[in-house]
Design a protein around this ligand. Structure first.
Ligand SMILES: Nc1ncnc2c1ncn2[C@@H]1O[C@H](COP(=O)(O)OP(=O)(O)O)[C@@H](O)[C@H]1O
Ligand SMILES: [Mg+2]
Length: 164
């Protein structure tokens, strides 16, 4: 029952988009997926409302309640839990990383965005959690960009995810 935390201190990195796609893909593959929305902006919850609350289910949680909500969802049969987090919120990101088995850090493959993920990379290293940087929203036909961006994030101590 893996718990995946999606974190990035940068707004617009693609956290919510990645969270809802992962959970929806798991649900399509026959798993019971759950999204826990810890962002006060509640974008994932808005998405669930637009879909008439069709699965995957989205519940919200203030960061201090996260561990209890994850435990409750697991005991109720959730097979994949994806935690969406707000930007610029160290405590919310930290709470999500603490309960996660895997951390994904979405990042656009551009200089400003790449530079900004160093803080996020440090947080996952501090808490000793496996993490990957997922490149989002880049030009799909620019292999050199991904190669160089991958080397850079590897240098921050977070390997690039093989899936973009
Ligand atoms: N992989 C992607 N390719 C193209 N656009 C994307 C991608 N991921 C996110 N976006 C767009 O970028 C914007 C911010 O995405 P969002 O998931 O809300 O980021 P965050 O949750 O990190 O603030 C949205 O307009 C979204 O549609
Ligand atoms: Mg978001």
């Amino acid at each position: 029952m893996p718990v995946i935390a999606i974190i990035s201190q940068k707004g617009g990195a693609g956290k919510t988009t990645l969270a809802i796609h992962l959970a929806a893909a798991a649900q399509d593959a026959g798993r019971v997926a759950l999204i826990i929305d810890t962002d006060p902006q509640a974008t994932a919850s808005q998405w669930a409302a637009w879909r008439g609350d069709a699965p995957p289910e989205v519940i919200d949680s203030p960061p201090p309640r996260l561990a209890a909500k994850v435990a409750a969802a697991q005991s109720q049969g959730a097979e994949l839990i994806v935690i969406d987090t707000p930007p610029h919120a160290d405590s919310a990101a930290r709470a999500a990383v603490e309960v996660a088995d895997l951390v994904l850090i979405p990042c656009r493959p551009s200089a400003f965005d790449l530079s900004a993920i160093q803080t996020t990379a440090k947080l996952v290293q501090l808490l000793k959690k496996p993490a990957y940087v997922v490149f989002t929203a880049g030009n799909p036909n620019a292999p050199r960009v991904y190669e160089e961006a991958g080397e850079l994030v590897e240098g921050f101590g977070t390997p690039p995810c093989p899936v973009q």
